[in-house]
Design a protein around this ligand. Structure first.
Ligand code: HEM
Ligand SMILES: [Cu+2]
Length: 534
């Protein structure tokens, strides 16, 4: 019996309808945020289960097949359904039109289409838990296993298709918006770093997603229609898949890194009240350099597969070369902090946390790039620890920090600083315990993607520590969630520009009305998003 029939709450029904049929970029952004946080929650739960299983030697709570499904869901959902949509869906949608002084995206209806394609992807991904033959092929879907398994490889392929279409549609929309919808006076040289980095990320998406879509479609055909693209016994090539997959998925880490860095720049400049150090170097050298180099390093994921030495050497050098533009971005960040009177609000703590985690992740990436060392550590927990530092956790910190940063703008209310800082502190301690120890376990020989480690029973003590760390992260994440709910329900009213930022998104009302600016702002000659006079 529906309660609505007894007490019809018309206004709730109407608002719900308004949200579902919305073409307002801000609401679309928020709906992206909700979807990606839901994916984060479920994928995070999987991480906890994985860690309980690995907490002690021998089967602990499950069997190898279920373990594989958990790990599949954890990796695929964290990347495809949480990080990429939170950055290029939520943040790009919510912020870019506001930052460039536009009234909406260039194609608002198309925007709604990309949102609902994303949600369809989330729902297909969640079907993993209700169908009998859940996929168990990890987020990479390598053949031959993905072709021979009894698991449902098609579900993985369709999830990738939906997320990919969503991103392509969103990319076309955003690039057009940035090109044609800027407010009078918003010249290219005055674009926020976040806008530049989003532009870079979407250029990468448009170039490389079709390659991934092709690769997984070939997988689908091989498994269900009987083609032999990846079957050497019938003239196919099994490494072809790995090449196609990483041809997209390495650039994808920059699709994640660029907007992440962009937000860290925004937060840092705001709370340091400093200009962005060497803006041109950051934009052309840092963001431009990453976009340019991102397509020629993918082989580093195949270092241990058979290949001629000259390719391996070349890819080692180009991989190491990526540290140059990334280094420029870091120099820009540190320079922005230099001699600043930094205000350590919750978003700023996350930004500083990001810098620390990203540095550890970056430095532990160098040994991976050296082929001679990588042969020994490839596919161990060292690599798992490394990429969680450099991408998984650091970016999650940037996303959480950005939610706090935008919380007043989005909700019209302030979050509670004490709760916010507490959540940060617990999470920060948790991730370092977890992922540092994970790297140590890896150097001692623990392979990745193993359900059990009878042959490495002496590592059990360290595995305990990793699992305890994971639970601390879980508590931290819960405090973060509580602080958001608390802010929503009980937060005090926010003023229009609580951080005294110069950037355009804070010039409008809080929360911004439909159409954002009335009238559209005209930016003067001497205005600059980081014009703090330092
Ligand atoms: C919440 C804290 C997290 C914990 C405790 C955790 C734990 C783990 C563990 C233990 C593994 C490897 C298990 C194995 O190799 O058998 C793993 C794999 C992975 N994690 Fe996480 N993780 C967390 C957050 C994240 C986030 C935020 C991302 C976002 C990108 C992420 C992405 C991945 C990926 C891509 C894999 C590889 C899966 C595969 O091998 O196919 N994780 N995680
Ligand atoms: Cu890579």
């Amino acid at each position: 019996m529906s309660t609505a029939a007894i007490s019809p709450d018309k206004s709730f029904g109407r608002t719900l309808k308004e949200w579902i049929f919305t073409i307002d970029h801000k609401r679309i952004g928020v709906l992206y945020l909700i979807g990606s946080l839901a994916a984060f929650a479920v994928a995070g739960l999987m991480a906890m289960l994985i860690r309980i299983e690995l907490g002690s030697v021998g089967p602990t709570i499950t069997n190898p097949n279920t373990y594989n499904t958990w790990l599949y869901f954890h990796g695929a959902a964290m990347i495809l359904a949480f990080q990429i949509p939170a950055l290029t869906g939520f943040l790009a949608n919510y912020l870019v039109p506001l930052m460039i002084g536009a009234k909406d995206m260039a194609f608002p209806r198309l925007n709604a289409l990309s949102l609902w394609l994303f949600w369809a992807g989330i729902i297909v991904a969640l079907l993993t838990f209700v169908i009998p033959d859940s996929p168990d092929i990890m987020w990479t879907g390598y053949p031959p296993y993905s072709l021979r398994t009894g698991g449902n490889t098609a579900l993985y392929v369709f999830t990738v298709h939906l997320m990919g279409f969503s991103s392509i549609v969103g990319g076309i929309n955003l690039i057009t918006t940035i090109m044609y919808m800027r407010a009078p006076g918003m010249t290219w040289r005055k674009l926020n770093i976040f806008v530049w980095s989003t532009l870079g990320a979407f250029i990468l998406q448009l170039i490389f997603i079709p390659v991934l879509a092709a690769a997984v479609t070939m997988l689908l055909f091989d498994k269900y229609i009987g083609t032999h693209f990846f079957d050497p016994s019938a003239g196919g090539d099994v490494l072809l898949y790995q090449n196609l997959f990483w041809f997209y998925s390495h650039p994808a880490v920059y699709v994640i890194l660029l907007p992440t860095m962009g937000m860290i720049f925004e937060i840092t400049a705001t709370f340091a009240k400093n200009r962005v150090f060497n803006y041109k170097m950051v934009v052309y050298g840092g963001i431009g350099g990453v976009v340019l180099l991102s397509g020629e390093v993918w082989i580093h994921h195949l270092f241990t597969s058979g290949m001629p030495d000259w390719i391996r050497m070349g890819m080692m050098v180009s991989t190491l070369m990526i540290s140059i533009p990334v280094g420029l971005l870091m120099i820009g960040l540190i320079g922005t902090l230099y001699r600043a009177a930094i205000e350590y609000t919750t978003p700023m703590l996350y930004a500083v946390g990001f810098i620390f985690l990203f540095l550890i992740g970056g430095l532990t990436g160098i040994p991976n790039a050296m082929t001679a060392i990588d042969l020994a550590i490839h596919d161990t927990h060292f690599v798992v620890g490394h990429f969680h530092y450099v991408m998984a956790v650091s970016t999650t910190f940037a996303i959480f920090g950005s939610v706090y940063y935008l919380f007043p703008k989005m909700t019209g209310k302030m979050y509670n600083e004490t709760l916010g800082k507490l959540g940060f502190l617990i999470s920060f301690i948790g991730v370092n315990i977890t992922f540092f120890t994970m790297m140590v376990v890896g150097i001692k020989g623990m392979p990745r993607r193993y359900f059990d480690y009878q042959q490495f029973a002496h590592l059990e003590g360290l595995h305990h520590i990793v699992t305890i760390g994971a639970f601390i992260i879980g508590i931290g994440a819960a405090v973060v969630l509580i602080s958001w709910i608390h802010g929503l329900v009980a937060g005090r009213k926010a003023v229009d520009n609580p951080w005294s930022s110069k950037s355009v998104e804070w010039m409008t009302k809080t929360p911004p009305p439909p159409g954002n600016f009335h009238p559209i702002p005209r930016l003067s000659e001497d205005w600059h998003p980081y014009g703090y006079g330092n």
